[in-house]
Design a protein around this ligand. Structure first.
Ligand code: SF4
Length: 413
Protein backbone atom coordinates (compact mmCIF):
# COMPACT_ATOMS: atom_id res chain seq x y z
CA UNK A 1 0.00 0.00 0.00
CA UNK A 2 1.55 3.39 -0.92
CA UNK A 3 2.30 5.83 1.83
CA UNK A 4 2.15 9.56 2.23
CA UNK A 5 3.21 12.11 4.83
CA UNK A 6 1.97 15.66 5.34
CA UNK A 7 3.54 18.59 7.14
CA UNK A 8 1.26 21.57 7.61
CA UNK A 9 2.50 25.05 8.48
CA UNK A 10 0.47 28.07 9.54
CA UNK A 11 -3.18 28.62 10.18
CA UNK A 12 -6.20 26.50 11.03
CA UNK A 13 -7.41 26.91 7.47
CA UNK A 14 -4.29 25.13 6.20
CA UNK A 15 -4.94 22.40 8.76
CA UNK A 16 -8.54 22.07 7.56
CA UNK A 17 -7.34 21.70 3.97
CA UNK A 18 -4.68 19.18 4.98
CA UNK A 19 -7.36 17.15 6.77
CA UNK A 20 -9.18 17.02 3.42
CA UNK A 21 -6.01 15.77 1.63
CA UNK A 22 -5.51 13.14 4.34
CA UNK A 23 -9.11 11.94 4.11
CA UNK A 24 -9.03 11.72 0.29
CA UNK A 25 -5.72 9.83 0.14
CA UNK A 26 -6.69 7.51 3.00
CA UNK A 27 -9.98 6.68 1.32
CA UNK A 28 -8.04 5.84 -1.86
CA UNK A 29 -6.23 3.20 0.17
CA UNK A 30 -3.05 5.11 0.99
CA UNK A 31 -1.39 4.90 4.40
CA UNK A 32 -0.31 8.00 6.25
CA UNK A 33 3.06 7.88 8.00
CA UNK A 34 4.58 10.51 10.31
CA UNK A 35 6.37 13.25 8.39
CA UNK A 36 10.08 12.42 8.17
CA UNK A 37 9.55 8.69 7.71
CA UNK A 38 10.11 7.26 4.23
CA UNK A 39 7.01 7.79 2.06
CA UNK A 40 6.18 7.64 -1.65
CA UNK A 41 4.64 11.10 -1.39
CA UNK A 42 5.51 13.96 0.95
CA UNK A 43 3.18 16.95 1.02
CA UNK A 44 4.32 20.31 2.40
CA UNK A 45 1.43 22.66 3.05
CA UNK A 46 3.18 25.99 3.40
CA UNK A 47 2.51 29.38 4.99
CA UNK A 48 3.83 32.81 3.97
CA UNK A 49 2.06 35.02 6.48
CA UNK A 50 5.40 36.25 7.81
CA UNK A 51 8.86 36.27 6.26
CA UNK A 52 9.99 33.81 8.95
CA UNK A 53 7.13 31.40 8.25
CA UNK A 54 8.00 31.41 4.56
CA UNK A 55 11.72 30.89 5.27
CA UNK A 56 10.91 27.93 7.49
CA UNK A 57 8.79 26.36 4.73
CA UNK A 58 11.53 26.78 2.13
CA UNK A 59 13.98 25.17 4.53
CA UNK A 60 11.56 22.27 5.03
CA UNK A 61 11.38 21.73 1.25
CA UNK A 62 15.19 21.60 0.97
CA UNK A 63 15.44 19.27 3.96
CA UNK A 64 12.70 16.92 2.75
CA UNK A 65 14.38 16.64 -0.64
CA UNK A 66 17.82 16.07 0.90
CA UNK A 67 16.56 13.37 3.28
CA UNK A 68 14.35 11.55 0.78
CA UNK A 69 15.78 12.02 -2.71
CA UNK A 70 13.29 9.54 -4.18
CA UNK A 71 10.06 10.88 -2.69
CA UNK A 72 7.42 12.64 -4.79
CA UNK A 73 7.47 16.02 -3.05
CA UNK A 74 4.28 18.08 -3.36
CA UNK A 75 4.30 21.74 -2.31
CA UNK A 76 1.13 23.75 -1.83
CA UNK A 77 -0.05 26.67 0.33
CA UNK A 78 0.68 30.36 0.49
CA UNK A 79 4.42 30.07 -0.20
CA UNK A 80 3.47 28.92 -3.70
CA UNK A 81 1.65 32.17 -4.35
CA UNK A 82 4.28 34.30 -2.60
CA UNK A 83 7.28 32.74 -4.35
CA UNK A 84 7.88 31.75 -7.95
CA UNK A 85 6.89 28.19 -8.88
CA UNK A 86 10.21 27.81 -10.69
CA UNK A 87 12.05 28.53 -7.47
CA UNK A 88 10.12 25.84 -5.58
CA UNK A 89 10.85 23.33 -8.34
CA UNK A 90 14.53 24.24 -8.16
CA UNK A 91 14.44 23.64 -4.40
CA UNK A 92 13.29 20.09 -5.03
CA UNK A 93 9.48 20.10 -5.39
CA UNK A 94 8.15 17.43 -7.78
CA UNK A 95 4.73 19.08 -8.05
CA UNK A 96 3.64 22.59 -7.10
CA UNK A 97 -0.09 23.03 -6.53
CA UNK A 98 -1.29 26.65 -6.65
CA UNK A 99 -4.30 27.98 -4.78
CA UNK A 100 -7.00 27.53 -7.44
CA UNK A 101 -6.11 23.82 -7.72
CA UNK A 102 -5.63 23.15 -4.01
CA UNK A 103 -8.82 21.10 -3.63
CA UNK A 104 -7.61 18.98 -6.56
CA UNK A 105 -4.34 18.06 -4.86
CA UNK A 106 -5.30 14.47 -3.95
CA UNK A 107 -6.52 13.81 -7.51
CA UNK A 108 -3.30 15.29 -8.97
CA UNK A 109 -1.24 13.04 -6.68
CA UNK A 110 -3.30 9.93 -7.50
CA UNK A 111 -2.93 10.63 -11.23
CA UNK A 112 0.85 10.41 -10.81
CA UNK A 113 0.51 6.92 -9.33
CA UNK A 114 -2.04 5.27 -11.63
CA UNK A 115 -0.81 1.73 -11.02
CA UNK A 116 -1.59 1.84 -7.33
CA UNK A 117 -4.43 -0.49 -6.42
CA UNK A 118 -7.27 0.98 -4.43
CA UNK A 119 -7.85 -0.78 -1.15
CA UNK A 120 -11.27 -2.40 -0.89
CA UNK A 121 -11.61 -1.48 2.72
CA UNK A 122 -9.96 1.89 3.14
CA UNK A 123 -8.97 2.79 6.67
CA UNK A 124 -11.04 5.54 8.29
CA UNK A 125 -9.63 8.96 7.46
CA UNK A 126 -7.34 10.31 10.18
CA UNK A 127 -8.94 13.35 11.77
CA UNK A 128 -8.20 15.24 14.96
CA UNK A 129 -10.62 15.17 17.92
CA UNK A 130 -11.63 18.75 17.08
CA UNK A 131 -11.72 18.74 13.29
CA UNK A 132 -11.89 22.03 11.45
CA UNK A 133 -14.96 22.70 9.33
CA UNK A 134 -13.89 24.97 6.48
CA UNK A 135 -16.78 27.23 5.50
CA UNK A 136 -15.04 30.10 3.72
CA UNK A 137 -11.83 31.01 1.92
CA UNK A 138 -10.20 34.21 0.64
CA UNK A 139 -10.32 37.85 1.67
CA UNK A 140 -10.66 41.20 -0.08
CA UNK A 141 -9.90 43.52 2.84
CA UNK A 142 -6.31 44.14 1.67
CA UNK A 143 -4.88 45.22 5.01
CA UNK A 144 -1.67 47.02 4.16
CA UNK A 145 0.64 44.40 5.71
CA UNK A 146 -1.12 41.23 4.60
CA UNK A 147 -0.27 38.92 1.75
CA UNK A 148 -3.33 36.69 2.16
CA UNK A 149 -5.62 38.43 -0.39
CA UNK A 150 -2.78 37.89 -2.92
CA UNK A 151 -2.29 34.23 -2.02
CA UNK A 152 -5.87 33.08 -1.38
CA UNK A 153 -7.77 35.48 -3.63
CA UNK A 154 -11.30 36.90 -3.31
CA UNK A 155 -13.68 35.62 -0.62
CA UNK A 156 -15.75 32.56 -1.41
CA UNK A 157 -18.24 31.02 1.04
CA UNK A 158 -19.26 27.40 0.95
CA UNK A 159 -23.00 26.91 0.49
CA UNK A 160 -24.85 26.40 3.77
CA UNK A 161 -26.15 22.97 2.71
CA UNK A 162 -22.61 21.77 1.93
CA UNK A 163 -21.33 23.00 5.32
CA UNK A 164 -24.19 21.23 7.11
CA UNK A 165 -23.58 18.00 5.17
CA UNK A 166 -19.91 17.93 6.05
CA UNK A 167 -20.65 18.81 9.67
CA UNK A 168 -23.20 15.97 9.87
CA UNK A 169 -20.61 13.53 8.40
CA UNK A 170 -17.99 14.60 10.97
CA UNK A 171 -20.46 14.25 13.84
CA UNK A 172 -21.57 10.85 12.55
CA UNK A 173 -17.89 9.81 12.52
CA UNK A 174 -17.78 10.50 16.26
CA UNK A 175 -16.32 14.01 16.49
CA UNK A 176 -17.87 16.01 19.31
CA UNK A 177 -16.44 19.46 18.60
CA UNK A 178 -16.20 21.22 15.25
CA UNK A 179 -14.07 24.31 14.69
CA UNK A 180 -15.71 26.63 12.17
CA UNK A 181 -12.84 27.90 10.06
CA UNK A 182 -12.28 30.43 7.29
CA UNK A 183 -9.83 32.98 5.98
CA UNK A 184 -12.13 35.90 6.80
CA UNK A 185 -14.90 34.07 8.62
CA UNK A 186 -16.77 37.22 9.61
CA UNK A 187 -17.65 37.72 5.92
CA UNK A 188 -19.33 34.32 5.53
CA UNK A 189 -22.42 34.72 3.31
CA UNK A 190 -24.52 32.23 1.42
CA UNK A 191 -27.41 34.25 -0.02
CA UNK A 192 -29.04 35.81 3.03
CA UNK A 193 -27.37 33.43 5.46
CA UNK A 194 -24.51 35.11 7.33
CA UNK A 195 -22.16 33.67 9.91
CA UNK A 196 -24.66 33.85 12.79
CA UNK A 197 -27.23 32.00 10.63
CA UNK A 198 -24.70 29.32 9.78
CA UNK A 199 -23.79 28.88 13.45
CA UNK A 200 -27.49 28.65 14.39
CA UNK A 201 -28.02 25.89 11.80
CA UNK A 202 -24.90 23.99 12.89
CA UNK A 203 -26.01 24.31 16.50
CA UNK A 204 -29.14 22.25 15.69
CA UNK A 205 -27.11 19.22 14.55
CA UNK A 206 -28.06 16.21 16.69
CA UNK A 207 -25.03 14.60 18.31
CA UNK A 208 -22.84 17.71 18.06
CA UNK A 209 -21.26 18.45 21.44
CA UNK A 210 -19.49 21.75 20.88
CA UNK A 211 -19.03 24.34 18.20
CA UNK A 212 -15.98 26.60 18.24
CA UNK A 213 -15.47 29.68 16.09
CA UNK A 214 -12.07 30.25 14.51
CA UNK A 215 -10.39 33.64 14.28
CA UNK A 216 -12.98 36.38 13.69
CA UNK A 217 -12.20 39.74 12.08
CA UNK A 218 -13.29 42.46 14.55
CA UNK A 219 -15.78 45.20 13.67
CA UNK A 220 -18.30 43.02 11.85
CA UNK A 221 -20.33 40.51 13.82
CA UNK A 222 -18.34 39.53 16.90
CA UNK A 223 -20.73 41.34 19.27
CA UNK A 224 -23.79 39.71 17.69
CA UNK A 225 -22.13 36.31 18.05
CA UNK A 226 -21.12 36.91 21.68
CA UNK A 227 -24.71 37.93 22.44
CA UNK A 228 -25.94 34.63 20.99
CA UNK A 229 -23.65 32.59 23.28
CA UNK A 230 -25.81 32.54 26.43
CA UNK A 231 -28.67 31.05 24.40
CA UNK A 232 -26.46 28.59 22.48
CA UNK A 233 -25.11 26.06 24.96
CA UNK A 234 -23.03 24.23 22.34
CA UNK A 235 -21.22 27.39 21.24
CA UNK A 236 -17.85 27.63 23.02
CA UNK A 237 -17.51 30.80 25.05
CA UNK A 238 -14.38 31.78 23.23
CA UNK A 239 -13.63 34.45 20.64
CA UNK A 240 -10.29 35.00 18.95
CA UNK A 241 -10.05 38.47 17.45
CA UNK A 242 -7.09 39.58 15.29
CA UNK A 243 -7.16 43.11 16.72
CA UNK A 244 -3.49 43.75 15.76
CA UNK A 245 -3.03 47.08 17.57
CA UNK A 246 -4.64 49.27 20.22
CA UNK A 247 -3.62 52.57 18.58
CA UNK A 248 -5.96 54.25 16.10
CA UNK A 249 -3.14 55.77 14.03
CA UNK A 250 -1.50 52.36 13.58
CA UNK A 251 -4.84 50.70 12.79
CA UNK A 252 -5.43 53.37 10.12
CA UNK A 253 -2.07 52.70 8.46
CA UNK A 254 -2.73 48.96 8.68
CA UNK A 255 -5.95 49.52 6.73
CA UNK A 256 -8.02 48.03 9.53
CA UNK A 257 -11.70 48.93 9.61
CA UNK A 258 -12.07 50.08 13.22
CA UNK A 259 -10.55 52.59 15.61
CA UNK A 260 -9.18 51.85 19.06
CA UNK A 261 -12.30 53.45 20.63
CA UNK A 262 -14.63 51.31 18.54
CA UNK A 263 -12.62 48.25 19.50
CA UNK A 264 -12.95 49.08 23.19
CA UNK A 265 -16.71 49.63 22.85
CA UNK A 266 -17.10 46.26 21.15
CA UNK A 267 -14.93 44.50 23.74
CA UNK A 268 -17.05 46.07 26.50
CA UNK A 269 -20.19 44.69 24.85
CA UNK A 270 -18.66 41.22 24.42
CA UNK A 271 -17.54 41.07 28.06
CA UNK A 272 -20.96 42.28 29.24
CA UNK A 273 -22.73 39.63 27.14
CA UNK A 274 -20.47 36.76 28.28
CA UNK A 275 -18.78 37.69 31.56
CA UNK A 276 -16.30 34.77 31.75
CA UNK A 277 -15.53 34.55 28.05
CA UNK A 278 -12.17 33.23 26.84
CA UNK A 279 -10.78 36.08 24.77
CA UNK A 280 -7.95 35.65 22.29
CA UNK A 281 -6.21 38.21 20.10
CA UNK A 282 -3.54 38.52 17.43
CA UNK A 283 -1.21 41.50 17.80
CA UNK A 284 1.51 42.91 15.56
CA UNK A 285 4.33 44.84 17.24
CA UNK A 286 6.65 47.36 15.61
CA UNK A 287 4.45 48.15 12.60
CA UNK A 288 6.05 50.92 10.47
CA UNK A 289 5.71 54.23 12.30
CA UNK A 290 4.52 52.65 15.58
CA UNK A 291 5.66 55.13 18.26
CA UNK A 292 6.37 54.35 21.90
CA UNK A 293 2.99 55.92 22.72
CA UNK A 294 1.21 53.77 20.08
CA UNK A 295 2.75 50.67 21.59
CA UNK A 296 1.82 51.85 25.10
CA UNK A 297 -1.80 52.13 23.91
CA UNK A 298 -1.72 48.53 22.67
CA UNK A 299 -0.26 47.43 25.97
CA UNK A 300 -2.98 49.30 27.87
CA UNK A 301 -5.68 47.69 25.76
CA UNK A 302 -4.29 44.25 26.56
CA UNK A 303 -4.11 45.13 30.26
CA UNK A 304 -7.64 46.54 30.36
CA UNK A 305 -9.46 43.49 28.96
CA UNK A 306 -9.49 39.86 30.07
CA UNK A 307 -7.41 38.48 27.18
CA UNK A 308 -6.40 34.95 28.00
CA UNK A 309 -4.77 33.95 24.73
CA UNK A 310 -2.46 36.28 22.79
CA UNK A 311 -0.66 35.53 19.54
CA UNK A 312 2.02 38.20 19.22
CA UNK A 313 3.97 38.71 16.01
CA UNK A 314 6.81 41.18 15.46
CA UNK A 315 5.95 42.99 12.20
CA UNK A 316 7.48 41.28 9.18
CA UNK A 317 7.62 42.91 5.74
CA UNK A 318 5.91 40.95 2.98
CA UNK A 319 7.19 42.01 -0.44
CA UNK A 320 4.34 43.25 -2.61
CA UNK A 321 2.31 44.71 0.27
CA UNK A 322 2.02 48.50 0.73
CA UNK A 323 3.33 48.40 4.32
CA UNK A 324 6.66 46.98 3.13
CA UNK A 325 7.27 50.38 1.46
CA UNK A 326 6.00 52.54 4.33
CA UNK A 327 8.45 54.99 5.89
CA UNK A 328 9.35 54.54 9.54
CA UNK A 329 10.33 50.85 9.44
CA UNK A 330 11.48 49.93 12.94
CA UNK A 331 14.61 47.91 13.66
CA UNK A 332 13.80 44.20 13.94
CA UNK A 333 15.29 44.21 17.45
CA UNK A 334 12.72 46.83 18.57
CA UNK A 335 9.83 44.91 16.97
CA UNK A 336 10.96 41.82 18.88
CA UNK A 337 11.48 43.71 22.14
CA UNK A 338 7.90 44.98 22.01
CA UNK A 339 6.62 41.51 21.16
CA UNK A 340 8.50 40.04 24.13
CA UNK A 341 6.84 42.59 26.43
CA UNK A 342 3.37 41.51 25.31
CA UNK A 343 4.29 37.83 25.48
CA UNK A 344 5.32 38.33 29.10
CA UNK A 345 1.99 40.01 29.75
CA UNK A 346 0.23 37.12 28.06
CA UNK A 347 1.77 34.63 30.47
CA UNK A 348 0.47 36.51 33.50
CA UNK A 349 -2.98 37.15 32.06
CA UNK A 350 -3.44 33.56 30.99
CA UNK A 351 -2.38 32.26 34.41
CA UNK A 352 -4.76 34.73 36.11
CA UNK A 353 -7.62 33.58 33.86
CA UNK A 354 -6.85 29.94 34.70
CA UNK A 355 -6.69 30.72 38.45
CA UNK A 356 -10.11 32.38 38.23
CA UNK A 357 -11.63 28.98 37.37
CA UNK A 358 -10.48 27.23 40.54
CA UNK A 359 -13.52 25.91 42.41
CA UNK A 360 -15.77 26.30 39.35
CA UNK A 361 -17.18 23.76 36.93
CA UNK A 362 -15.82 23.53 33.39
CA UNK A 363 -16.78 21.42 30.43
CA UNK A 364 -13.83 19.52 28.97
CA UNK A 365 -13.46 17.70 25.68
CA UNK A 366 -11.05 14.83 26.39
CA UNK A 367 -8.39 14.60 23.69
CA UNK A 368 -5.81 12.22 25.12
CA UNK A 369 -5.02 10.02 28.04
CA UNK A 370 -1.58 8.94 29.05
CA UNK A 371 -0.15 7.58 32.32
CA UNK A 372 -3.64 7.60 33.87
CA UNK A 373 -4.08 11.33 33.22
CA UNK A 374 -6.70 12.58 30.76
CA UNK A 375 -6.12 15.90 29.02
CA UNK A 376 -8.39 18.17 27.06
CA UNK A 377 -9.61 21.73 26.60
CA UNK A 378 -12.42 23.79 28.08
CA UNK A 379 -14.83 25.72 25.89
CA UNK A 380 -12.93 28.88 26.96
CA UNK A 381 -9.75 27.32 25.54
CA UNK A 382 -7.81 26.44 28.66
CA UNK A 383 -5.93 23.12 28.88
CA UNK A 384 -7.11 20.71 31.60
CA UNK A 385 -5.49 17.67 33.20
CA UNK A 386 -7.82 15.23 34.95
CA UNK A 387 -6.40 12.39 37.01
CA UNK A 388 -7.93 9.12 35.79
CA UNK A 389 -8.69 7.61 32.41
CA UNK A 390 -11.62 9.11 30.52
CA UNK A 391 -12.53 8.12 26.97
CA UNK A 392 -11.01 10.26 24.21
CA UNK A 393 -13.78 12.33 22.63
CA UNK A 394 -15.89 12.44 25.81
CA UNK A 395 -17.35 15.77 26.93
CA UNK A 396 -17.25 15.87 30.70
CA UNK A 397 -18.14 18.48 33.31
CA UNK A 398 -15.64 18.66 36.17
CA UNK A 399 -14.83 20.99 39.07
CA UNK A 400 -11.37 22.59 38.95
CA UNK A 401 -9.23 21.86 42.02
CA UNK A 402 -6.11 23.86 41.21
CA UNK A 403 -4.36 25.75 38.45
CA UNK A 404 -0.73 25.27 37.46
CA UNK A 405 0.16 28.24 35.27
CA UNK A 406 -2.35 28.12 32.45
CA UNK A 407 -3.38 24.50 33.09
CA UNK A 408 -6.44 23.55 35.14
CA UNK A 409 -5.99 20.50 37.36
CA UNK A 410 -8.77 18.14 38.41
CA UNK A 411 -8.55 15.19 40.78
CA UNK A 412 -11.19 12.74 39.65
CA UNK A 413 -13.40 11.86 42.62
S1 SF4 B 1 -8.74 40.84 7.01
FE1 SF4 B 1 -7.18 39.36 7.65
S2 SF4 B 1 -6.82 38.05 5.85
FE2 SF4 B 1 -7.94 39.87 5.14
S3 SF4 B 1 -6.33 41.28 4.46
FE3 SF4 B 1 -6.78 41.82 6.60
S4 SF4 B 1 -5.32 40.61 7.82
FE4 SF4 B 1 -5.34 39.74 5.75
Amino acid sequence: MPSFAIKTFGCRLNRAESAGFQAALASAGWTEVPFGEPAEVCILHTCAVTANAEKECLRAIRLARAKQPGTFLVVTGCAVEAGAVERLLRLGASLVVAHPDRDELPRLVLEKFPAVAVSEEPPPPPLPVRPPLKVQDGCSFFCSYCIVPHTRGAPVSRPLAECLDEAARLVAAGHRELVVTGCNLACYADGGCRLSGLLAELHKLPGLGRLRIGSLEPGINEVEIARSMPGSPKLCRFLHLPIQSGATEVLKRMGRRYTADELRRRLDEICAAVPRIGLGADLITGFPGETDEDFAQTRRLVEDYPFSNLHVFPYSERPGTPAAEFPGQLPVSERKRRAAELIELRKNKRAAFAASWVGREVEVLVERNRNRVSTGWTGEYLPVKISGVLPVGALVTVRVDRADGETLLVNEK
